[in-house]
Design a protein around this ligand. Structure first.
Ligand code: THU
Length: 145
């Protein structure tokens, strides 16, 4: 029996398939104020995908971004923090969409620092980075002592 068990986070995934699912999720966005649809697809350790869209609010600040919707949904469905393999986010931007600062902080809390983040637009452009690269010097639970 081999002792070199591959971590779930190192299992290869298809970024374009995840982007396609994020585009489907964006169609469910509740965006009466910005009209700016965002979709996200979060791949879990078992190969399941959790979709998220942005959900806006008349008071503006309660708005939940697509990435957080996907992450909170997966956590509520019983998946463990740090167990996810990748997340994709898609919006109708000129270049690949950039996750907001709040979502970067939430990814840092719930995902492994080296988890891939696929940032895409509707024109087929995408880039892949990692959670820690998106939030250098992040405040984390380690800072709480
Ligand atoms: N938004 C997201 O859902 N994800 C991002 O990465 C950027 C911004 C949403 C929030 C709001 O509903 C709309 O896009 C405009 O900011």
């Amino acid at each position: 029996m081999s002792d070199s068990v591959e971590s779930p986070l190192q299992v290869p995934f298809d970024p374009q398939a995840l982007i396609r699912q994020a585009i489907e999720a964006s169609k469910r966005a509740y965006v009466p104020y910005s009209r700016f649809r965002v979709g996200s697809a979060l791949l879990d350790a078992e190969g399941g995908v959790h979709l998220g869209c942005n959900v806006e609010n008349a008071a503006y600040s309660p708005t939940n971004c697509a990435e957080r919707t996907a992450l909170f949904r997966a956590i509520a469905d019983g998946h463990a923090a740090q167990s996810f393999r990748a997340i994709a986010v898609v919006g109708d931007t000129d270049g690949p969409i950039a996750p907001c600062g709040v979502c970067r902080q939430v990814m840092m809390e719930l995902c492994a620092p080296d988890m891939p983040v696929v940032m895409a637009n509707l024109h087929g452009e995408y880039t892949i980075t990692t959670v820690s690269a998106l939030l250098p010097g992040a405040f984390t639970s380690k800072d709480l002592g």
